[in-house]
Structure formats: structure tokens, C-alpha cells
Design a protein. Structure first.
Length: 254
């Protein structure tokens, strides 16, 4: 359990766990590489039918780990290469044939919200919230969120949420169609497992083909969004607005 990602098996269900609780499971490049590698291994495991992605320590994830860049100011090209690690991990979630459920307790902030919504289904505890805080940091939404959120909500509502960077409670997420099930905190794990078992009982071929057809229809928009992000996001990290916002946000986390 020393790795920042680990897998726990429960019969046909695999738990894929973000394991950096001391940093509220903040996402870094190494975690994204491990996430992608773990999904590849689970894809090849014939015993695994359904995957549940969750965070250790009662929190899904605080988003991108801003401390991974403490070695000094990074160039736009370095920023782009780092962003690609996150993009490849999200693409792996969407492209794996097996269904992936995101179980969100606590919060899913920034890129962690994008990661959760890239999953096939989302469960959340009643106290959980989703926070697309990108514009508050002076950057653009990442990991395909500029395509995914408008597709789920419509462009006007998505723009309001992304422009203002406001928090969404789990109950609001359910009303908007972002969350499939909202459960009391003590019942979150068992309720998510029940949903996973329901999926595991369905024909795997039917599930795989249905997921593939739905995700393929959305793929061109998501590909265009991530390509645009690979230019826009590194540019934003070079601005004074980003430096000031990032410094303030890092202080709040400590």
C-alpha cells in the first residue's frame, strides 16, 4: 500500500483506490501513470467485471497536486507534458471495456471532478461536493470537461458553472444528471457495491458494447477539447493571475 494507487479485489468487483490521504489524494503525474497501468491490468483480468474508483481516507480527491511543481517555474512545454499524463489516464477510464464507477465521498475538486465524470456511473455521499475551480485558479477546465459538461447539462448551464467555478453539492449533481445515486455517508460503500454487483450480473459483452457505442459518439468532441486544453492550459500557467491564485490556493491547503 505504499503506492499512490492500489487495487483491492472483491470477487468480480475491483476497487481502484487513490492512495495519498495525507494530501487528500491530490493527483500527480505518477498517480496518473499508475492509474492508467492499473486499468490496463484490470482490463486483462478475466475475473474482474466492474471497477470502482474511490479515494482513501474519506475523500475522493482534492484535484491536481500543485506541490509537484515546487522545483521552480515550469515551461509551457513541461506543463503540456504533465497535462498529457492526466489526459491519458482519463482516456483510459473511458476506453476500458469494463464499466468504471466513481464513488465520491468528501469532494472531487478540479481535475478530480473531470476524472469522476469520465467514469461510466457516479455515486456520492450526501455530504460530498464537486468543485470545478479552474477559473478561480486562472486556468481553463481540463481533462475534457469543456466537452463533457456541456454534453451532460447543455452549454448555457455548463458555462455558468465553469465560468463561476462554483461548488455543486451531491444532491444538485443528482438533479443535474451528473450523479447516479446519492447515499448517506455510512451507506455509500455498500450502496456502490450493490450497483456494481447489479452491473456484474449483466452480460459483459452487452455492457462492453453499449459503453463503447456511447463513448465513441462523444469521442470527437472530447478529443477536440483535450487538444485545445493542451495549448490553453500551459499558456494560462504563465500568467500572473495563475501564479497569484495558485499561491493563495496552496496556502489554504496547508
Amino acid at each position: 500500500m505504499t503506492d499512490t494507487i492500489y487495487v483491492k479485489h472483491s470477487g468480480e468487483i475491483a476497487w481502484l483506490i487513490l492512495n495519498k490521504p495525507e494530501r487528500k489524494n491530490a493527483l500527480d503525474g505518477r498517480m496518473m501513470d499508475l492509474l492508467r497501468e492499473s486499468l490496463t491490468a484490470l482490463e486483462e483480468n478475466d475475473e474482474t467485471r466492474v471497477i470502482i474508483l474511490r479515494g482513501e481516507g474519506g475523500v475522493f480527491s482534492a484535484g491536481g497536486d500543485m506541490r509537484q511543481n515546487t522545483g521552480g517555474e515550469i515551461t509551457p512545454e513541461q506543463s503540456r507534458r504533465l497535462l498529457q499524463k492526466y489526459v491519458r489516464a482519463v482516456e483510459a477510464v473511458r476506453r476500458i471495456e469494463k464499466p468504471v464507477l466513481a464513488m465520491v465521498d468528501g469532494y472531487a475538486v478540479g481535475g478530480a471532478m473531470s476524472l469522476a465524470l469520465a467514469c461510466d456511473l457516479v455515486t456520492a455521499s450526501e455530504q460530498a461536493f464537486f468543485w470545478p475551480n479552474f477559473t478561480l485558479l486562472g486556468i481553463v477546465p481540463e481533462l475534457g470537461l469543456t466537452a463533457l459538461l456541456p454534453r451532460l447539462l447543455g452549454p448555457q448551464r455548463a458555462k455558468e458553472i465553469l465560468f463561476t467555478g462554483r461548488r455543486l453539492s451531491a444532491s444538485e449533481g443528482w438533479r443535474l444528471g451528473l450523479v447516479n445515486r446519492v447515499l448517506p455517508g455510512p451507506e455509500l460503500e455498500e450502496g456502490t457495491l450493490a450497483l456494481a454487483r447489479e452491473l456484474a450480473a449483466v452480460s459483459p459483452v452487452s455492457l462492453q458494447l453499449t459503453k463503447s457505442m456511447i463513448n465513441r459518439a462523444a469521442a470527437p468532441e472530447l478529443d477536440m477539447a483535450t487538444q485545445a486544453e493542451s495549448v490553453a492550459s500551459p499558456f494560462c500557467t504563465q500568467t500572473d493571475a495563475y501564479r497569484e491564485a495558485a499561491a493563495k490556493f496552496s496556502q489554504k491547503r496547508t
